[in-house]
Design a protein around this ligand. Sequence first.
Ligand code: 13P
Length: 253
Amino acid sequence: MKKRFVIGNWKMYIASPSEAKKFALTLTRRARLFRGLEVWVAPPFTLLSLLQPTLKNTSVRLGAQTVSAHKAGAHTGDVSATMLKQTGASFVLVGHSDRRALGETDALIHEELLQTIQAGLTAVLCIGEREHDHNGSYFEVISSQLSSALSDFPRSATRKLMIAYEPVWAIGKTAQDAMNPGELQEMQIFIRKILVDILGRESARGVPVLYGGSIEPQNAHLLMQEGGVSGFLVGHASAEIESFIEILSACKK
Ligand code: 13P
């Protein structure tokens, strides 16, 4: 049976080292109960090295929220994929809509994705339309984001690729505002079709497609059962230990 993934994107919700450590300790202890579920967390850069010893040799994987498009050099404030790897990160969220809103372009995201893969990290490519218009032009947005990010993507690296579909209009709200399971099912089928067009059937087959956008304990079970996705990228509800655990519990088989 296919693996399920739940990734917590802490954004800037958890900032204090002691709070982060306490969270990670509790999570590793309780995540053991959720066999068959991949539990990953993406704290801010400043907490990566601090959390590495706590998460090492546990089932919880550590990752970063973004990465530089450059390998090295004069890029003030940037953090390269190799630097991330040295902190103990094993995956990166690439092209998150919070970053796109700050001006990250498709071309830049393409470079970030290549840097991530070249460093041997797993890339969680985030895509999503800003508006859910009634004539369905959001499908074109998704297709174009995927084609641009994945152009020249080495097929040998598809084992290190995941897609997180996060419609921007559904982010940062409440469970009632998330996408409904029927529409999610339709969208994930569309994403899979585009992946086959870009990567070929063989390579595209194993690429997990996740959903993000107001996942909370109240909607996680239904969206997992009926949305057709391989898991979730969770924002605000991942920064509160009890709600994150409830989401994990709702996702277990
Ligand atoms: P929320 O779960 O807060 O809507 O955030 C989703 C998200 O952006 C995760 O990357």
